[in-house]
Design a protein around this ligand. Structure first.
Ligand SMILES: NC(=O)C1=CN([C@@H]2O[C@H](COP(=O)(O)OP(=O)(O)OC[C@H]3O[C@@H](n4cnc5c(N)ncnc54)[C@H](OP(=O)(O)O)[C@@H]3O)[C@@H](O)[C@H]2O)C=CC1
Ligand SMILES: Nc1nc(=O)c2c([nH]1)NC[C@@H]1CN(c3ccc(C(=O)N[C@@H](CCC(=O)O)C(=O)O)cc3)C=[N+]21
Ligand SMILES: [Mg+2]
Length: 282
């Protein structure tokens, strides 16, 4: 077994990003990322803090707007429109999940697709599924970077994605299909899941169930990517994969923490730099 070190790879990629930021700054452009957080979800607080820290480290303009949980949908939409109009901000990210009284669909539609660094706007989702992506969701983008860095050739491989969310599972499946893998998407209604996961050369798991994937569900020599972010019995951070046992079966495996998470943040920053570059060419 070999570890896919997401933290180290993220740091390497951030060095290159820093150079790109400096080149932009020389042209008078400072990449700007605004993150909007509604309510007080403790997990979201951590992720948002990580994003802000990294943005500042790379020399971005960075701002976190923290709104109370009872913020109205109309007020949130108005705020997004203000950032759409403001040229200082190249990327706008609204942290998900949103409180129940706010329509996620309306909010994602309201973000200018050119500033949608998450790639969640229906236009960007459509572009991805048409095979011409502009903004790519950062978690799957980070996983594709891991494949590149660790020379995982997807072509002709059998890939299984467990989880079908719009933010991870679906875009992940499409990106691997674009890499010529043969992709199957599984979810909570999938029958005989362990036979399916065991057939995978590449297994990506994004379900949010602590240590769900056990060694008997994994093919010997598979590449295993764990997107999950959960707390175990002792409140320690853990993934959807039972790392301690699956590591002896897999050829390559990501840890939690230190795997997919840091890459997600880095890809978000890269996308913001790209958005700033594109805006400067207009
Ligand atoms: N490290 C990172 O950068 C990121 C980590 N995450 C983490 O990844 C996990 C997934 O996130 P997200 O995609 O938003 O999750 P969602 O909750 O939106 O979706 C979960 C998916 O998993 C499926 N699922 C749930 N339980 C099972 C099961 N027992 N067997 C098979 N499939 C199951 C669901 O099926 P169905 O559709 O049938 O309900 C659904 O498709 C979470 O732990 C989240 O915190 C998320 C984003 C980024
Ligand atoms: N609009 C939107 N975009 C997102 O990209 C988005 C979102 N909403 N909602 C929540 C999920 C989750 N997510 C993570 C980001 C970083 C880590 C991360 O940094 N993880 C570290 C550790 C974090 C910790 O210490 O808790 C690691 O795995 O090593 C994890 C998860 C982005 N998401
Ligand atoms: Mg979700």
């Amino acid at each position: 077994m070999k570890l896919i070190d997401g933290k180290a790879l993220a740091e390497t990629l951030q060095l290159h990003l820093k150079d790109e930021v400096e080149a932009l700054v020389k042209k008078g452009i400072v990449p700007g990322l605004v993150v909007i957080l509604v309510g007080e979800n403790p997990a979201s607080q951590v992720y948002v803090r990580n994003k802000e820290k990294t943005a500042l480290k790379l020399g971005f303009h960075s701002k976190v707007v923290r709104l109370p949980a009872d913020t109205s949908e109309a007020d949130l939409l108005t705020l997004i429109e203000e950032y759409n109009q403001d040229e200082a901000w190249h990327g706008i990210l609204v942290q998900l999940p949103l409180p129940k009284h706010i329509s996620e669909e309306k909010v994602l539609l309201a973000i200018d697709p050119n500033k949608d660094v998450d790639g969640f706007h229906p236009m960007n989702m459509g572009r991805l599924w048409a095979g011409n992506p502009v903004m790519i969701p950062s978690t799957p983008a980070g996983i594709m970077e891991m494949f590149k860095a660790y020379q995982v050739d997807l072509s002709g491989q059998r890939a299984v994605v467990v989880g079908r969310s719009n933010i991870v599972g679906k875009p992940m499946a499409q990106l691997m299909m674009m890499g010529n893998a043969t992709v199957t998407i599984a979810h909570s209604r999938t029958k005989n899941l362990s036979a399916l996961t065991k057939s995978a050369d590449i297994l990506v798991v994004a379900i949010g169930v602590a240590k769900f994937i056990t060694a008997d569900m994994v093919k010997k020599g598979a590449v295993v990517i764990d997107v999950g972010m959960n707390r175990d019995e002792s409140l320690k951070l853990c993934g959807d994969v039972d790392f301690d046992e699956v590591k002896d079966v897999a050829r390559l495996i990501t840890p939690v923490p230190g795997g997919v998470g840091p890459m997600t943040i880095t890809m978000l920053m890269e996308q913001t730099v790209r958005a700033a570059q594109l805006a400067s060419q207009k």
